[in-house]
Design a protein around this ligand. Structure first.
Ligand SMILES: Nc1ncnc2c1ncn2[C@@H]1O[C@H](COP(=O)(O)OP(=O)(O)O)[C@@H](O)[C@H]1O
Ligand SMILES: [Mg+2]
Length: 368
């Protein structure tokens, strides 16, 4: 999606991925190499002006190594910080963004002690390498401590785990923002998100929110970006709980909850990321039309042509092989107003027999 957004600006891309099937290979030359294969990276770096990434588990050492040869944005320090749930939450607290109660865990004894201090229910997470709900175990009570440790204890060393209080949030929100090489900062309208089994299922933009809540959310993103001297698009995932915002995690990259911006904003997160890393002026992040994005997880729903028959629907097939839990595509419904958006979203859900996916968002959409 970065390539598709950058090509009209005259930008040429090359991609490094360990997999021959990497979907970016459909639209740009693909160097198949491990991200720790420094000979291959040397050849790659020699052919490019700037390097970026759209996956936060690229080794921070690789970003660091490349940055000695060619500019890398976002910078390796921001990437490293976002790879560790504990340093991420400490950075949130440092800018005045509260977080769920949490404690780092390195042993079973620490887990037992933390369960008392953090309280249960709670979620045990790997500090590093988790995504789409992977590397997480939900504890309802003390009876779950044994199974939580059996599931994740092996990962307590060397990188550690973190126990977080379970937040019975009102809803999940995210800020997608971009910061240029000159410090120019912009954010897209606040987005509301729904997850299923820890995987993003739906995103609605703009989220209906009081102006003060929106202002706070965007201000947290701005302060975070400035603190990290960040360049590029970043996402800040928030919980709204008892009228307040809590920081969940950040993503140092374009984000799934910003995919709606391809059609729904004047300039998308992808184009602005490309502009930012190249040091070009940023584009307008204003809303063009209220949007609702459906994520396709595991396999594309059928029949896709039924979706194309709906005037407000835009289809995105990533060309990925189906696999349980894998994000293989998305569809964005864009409409002139929230009422039309809700009607078109319901029509899409009916056409693809995925009404259950829309169910959670129903209270937040205008009624039929
Ligand atoms: N402390 C928490 N309280 C309640 N729900 C949570 C908590 N942490 C995570 N979740 C739920 O799980 C989802 C995925 O967790 P997250 O920490 O964002 O990990 P990932 O890196 O997999 O996105 C969140 O979007 C949210 O729905
Ligand atoms: Mg998340």
């Amino acid at each position: 999606m970065l390539v598709l957004a950058g090509a009209p600006l005259g930008v040429n891309f090359a991609v490094v991925d360990g997999s021959r099937d990497a979907c970016a290979g459909q639209v740009a030359p693909l160097h198949v190499a491990d991200w720790r294969d420094f000979d291959a990276l040397e050849r790659f770096a020699a052919g490019v002006d700037v390097v970026t990434f759209d996956f936060e588990n690229v080794p921070a050492e690789t970003a660091q190594w490349l940055s000695a040869r060619v500019p890398v944005f976002p910078g390796p320090a921001a990437l490293a910080l976002a790879q560790d749930r504990v340093s991420e939450k400490n950075a949130f607290r440092a800018i005045g963004l509260q977080t769920p109660a949490f404690e780092p865990i390195a042993s079973r004894a620490e887990l037992d002690a933390a369960a008392v201090r953090v309280g249960l229910p709670a979620i045990l997470k790997t500090r590093r390498l988790g995504y789409d709900g992977k590397g997480q175990f939900r504890l309802r009570g003390v009876a779950d401590l044994d199974s939580a440790w059996a599931a994740l204890g092996a990962q307590a060393q060397p990188h550690g785990l973190v126990l977080e209080a379970f937040v019975p949030f009102t809803r999940e929100l995210s800020v997608i923002a971009v910061r240029g090489r000159d410090g120019d900062f912009r954010a897209w309208p606040l987005t509301q998100n729904w997850h299923r089994d820890g995987i993003l299922a739906l995103s609605l933009a703009p989220a209906a929110a009081a102006p003060e809540l929106q202002r706070q959310a965007l201000e947290h993103a701005r302060q975070l970006a400035e603190r990290l001297d960040y360049v590029g698009v970043l996402a800040l995932e928030l919980f709204e709980h008892e009228g307040r915002l809590l920081g969940n995690e950040m993503a140092p990259r374009v984000h799934n909850s910003g995919h709606w911006s391809i059609e729904g904003a004047v300039v998308s997160q992808f184009e602005n990321h490309v502009r930012a890393v190249l040091g070009w002026p940023l584009g307008d992040t204003a809303l063009r039309a209220p949007s609702l994005m459906f994520n396709w997880i595991g396999a594309l729903p059928q029949p896709a042509v039924a979706a194309l028959a709906l005037s407000a629907v835009r289809w995105h097939d990533y060309g990925k092989a189906p696999r349980p839990g894998r994000k293989v595509g998305h569809a964005t419904v864009c409409a002139a107003d929230a009422g039309v958006l809700a009607r078109q979203a319901r029509a899409l859900a009916r056409a693809l027999a995925c009404e259950d996916q829309l169910e959670a968002a129903r209270p937040w959409l205008p009624a039929a």
